[in-house]
Ligand binder design. Structure first.
Ligand code: DSN
Length: 418
């Protein structure tokens, strides 16, 4: 990126911005929730629309001068609906958390009961964590995965739903590597008179490319972030086909949980949605899934344990503790020291506390954007195994670091290519 004016006027900020550019260029990004946006998305993100207040919705704003804002928001809405086959899209949520909050406020009252996946089993903060609004203001009944295979315990969910009669069931996860059966969730919700919300944040790109079943026909509410597999700017989105809630959802986003929308971010969402409607986006998502499998198979072949035995989507959870006696925290630090960015992650039934954790979460979206294919993902798997097998061997670390530097040069982050 060029920051020529900042470089001149504000060297302190320039230094930090440049450091991030260099980090993205010189490290291999394996955090499953991250991706690299195109130059077109970045351009929209820096548009003058950041100056504009546009509280309200297209055609019904509280401020003058909103015609360009209306144009851009309508384009984003239209494209989001086209991608997911919906009639309603709200592109204003600043984040996935705010999209989720708006849905909760649209169908729950404080103190109502809802069910969500336990954070410790791969769920998300906003699905009922005690320290989040979802756990602070609502009565949460958590569900999880089975100890036998670490896959979602649908029978357990059905049992809990019958017992607790939640008003809402939330499906979706932040660290779940398997296909989610939305039809089962819908069946359970229906049997118990509950609404179903699917937070598809992690898999939205796969859903868009029809590589994961869509939740739209099963859930009253579907939320997502726009920056993970969907490869847009950091932000949130709600889509729905249940017309009973369209008005309510709008009023819960604004004025319910937000004031002025971030119009420049909505512009960047519109650009990213346009990219997601192109054929090569489907090809990209196919590579994301294929590359994740290759990485998981490579690690398995090197004796590492993969939670649930593999992956159906873009991510995997590697149990570094039971096989290599390396905690997630140490694994993250070791890998970062050679140029691989990952995050420590609790594994289901984790014997270690969350800040230490027994595993790492790996994802293929960002490196697939960078141009990596099967051959490169095999190498990445090999490097991870080499480092975890020899955590205190400086020769291994230095060899892997050199090889990673070489591959970074071979695959420059060419945002214009996207
Ligand atoms: N923090 C995100 C993730 O890493 O999955 C979820 O919002």
């Amino acid at each position: 990126m060029s920051y020529s004016i900042i470089e001149k006027n504000d060297p302190q900020v320039f230094k930090a911005l440049k450091a991030e550019d260099e980090r993205e260029e010189n490290y291999l990004e394996l955090i499953a929730s991250e991706n690299m946006v195109s130059q077109a998305v970045l351009e929209a993100y820096t548009a003058t629309l950041t100056n504009k207040y546009a509280e309200g919705y297209p055609g019904k704003r509280y401020y003058g001068g909103c015609e360009p804002s209306d144009m851009i928001e309508n384009i984003a809405i239209e494209r989001a609906n086209k991608i997911f086959g919906t009639q309603y899209a709200n592109v204003q949520p600043h984040s996935g958390a705010q999209a989720n909050m708006a849905v909760f406020l649209a169908c729950l009252k404080p103190g109502d009961t809802f069910m969500g996946m336990d954070l410790a089993h791969g769920g998300h903060l906003t699905h009922g964590s005690k320290v989040n609004f979802s756990g602070l203001y609502f009565n949460v009944v958590s569900y999880g995965v089975k100890e036998s295979d670490c896959q979602i315990d649908y029978d357990g969910i059905a049992k809990k739903a019958k017992e607790h009669k939640p008003k809402l069931i939330v499906a979706g996860a932040s660290a779940y590597p398997r296909t989610i059966d939305f039809s089962k969730f819908a069946e359970i919700a229906k049997e118990n008179g509950a609404y179903l919300m699917v937070d598809m944040a992690h898999i939205a790109g796969l859903v868009a490319a029809k590589l994961h079943p869509s939740p739209v026909e099963y859930a009253e509410f579907v939320t997502t972030t726009t920056h993970k597999t969907l490869r847009g700017p950091r932000g949130g989105l709600i889509v729905s086909n249940d017309e009973n809630f369209f008005k309510k959802l709008n009023s819960r986003v604004f004025p319910g949980v937000q004031g002025g929308p971030l119009m420049h971010v909505i512009a960047a969402k519109a650009v990213a949605f346009g990219e997601a409607l192109k054929d090569d986006f489907v090809e990209y998502q196919k590579r994301v899934v294929r590359n994740a499998k290759v990485l998981s198979d490579t690690l398995l072949s090197r004796g590492l344990k993969i939670v649930s035995g593999g992956t159906d989507n873009h991510l995997m959870l590697v149990d570094t503790f039971s096989t290599k006696k390396v905690t997630g925290k140490d694994a993250q630090e070791l890998l970062e020291s050679v140029g691989l960015t990952t995050n420590k992650n609790a594994i289901p039934f984790d014997p270690n506390p969350p800040m230490v954790a027994s595993g790492i979460r790996l994802g293929s979206p960002a490196l697939t954007t960078r141009g990596f294919n099967e051959e490169e993902f095999k190498k990445v798997g090999g490097w991870i195994a080499d480092v975890l097998e020899n955590p205190s061997d400086e020769n291994t670390a230095s060899r892997v670091k050199n090889e990673i530097s070489e591959i970074c040069l071979k695959f420059p982050l060419d945002r214009f290519r996207l």
